[in-house]
Write a protein that binds this ligand. Sequence first.
Ligand code: NAD
Length: 283
Amino acid sequence: MKLISGKEVSQIVKDEIKKETQQLLEKQIKVKLAVVIVGDDPASHIYVRNKKKACEYVGFESVEYALPEDTAEDELLEIIDKLNEDETVNGILCQLPLPKHIDEKKVINAISPLKDVDAFHPVNVGKIMIGDYDFLPCTPAGIMRLIESTGYDVNGKDCVVIGRSNIVGKPMSMLMLQKNATVTICHSRTSNINEKIKNADIVIAAVGIPEFVKGDMVKDGALVIDVGINRKEDGKLCGDVDFDEVSKKASYITPVPGGVGPMTIAMLMQNTLKAAKLHNNIT
Ligand code: NAD
């Protein structure tokens, strides 16, 4: 079994970005990410802090709008409008989830597709579907980069993606399809799920259930990607894959923490750099 280290690969990605950002700065081009967060969700605040730290590391400017829980939808939309207009801002990220009184869809639709570094806007989602995109959603893009780092050839392989969310499962399936895998998307209503997982060369688990994938569910030699971030009763972090059991059978596996998580942030940096290049007509 080989461990796929998101810590190591994300460091390589961030160092590449840092170098390119330096080259842009030499041409007087600055890269700037605006992060909007509404409310006090502790996990969201940790994510935002880590994103800002990554910006500092690669040499981006970052600006944070930390808004109170009771912020009106109109007020948030106004801030997004201003950021859309602001030529110094290359990327806009609105940390999800938003408080219940705000319509998430409206907010996603309000972000200019050219600054949509999460790639959640319907225009960008549509572009991914036809394989002609500027931005890829960060978590699936990070997973593709992790798989690439192993040298594993996805072409013609059977891949099971467990989970069909708009953020992970669906775009992930599309990217694997574009790399010529045969993709099965499993979800909460899938019948005979164990059989489907057992037949897969590649298993990508984005379920949100602690240690959902057990050792006896996977094929010998499978490549296993664990997207889950869950807390066990003892407070420890764990993934959607039972690492102790599955690592005995997998050819490659990602750990939690230190697997997909750091890649998501690195890819956010990559999208922001890409946005800055697009805004400055650099290909
Ligand atoms: P989600 O809750 O939106 O989707 C979960 C999916 O799992 C659904 O499509 C559902 O159909 C499926 N599912 C639920 N129960 C199932 C079952 N018994 N059998 C089969 N499928 C089932 O979650 P999400 O946003 O896609 O996130 C999934 C996990 O990944 C969570 O643990 C989340 O915290 C984590 N996550 C991690 C990162 C990262 O950067 N590492 C990014 C996003 C999400």
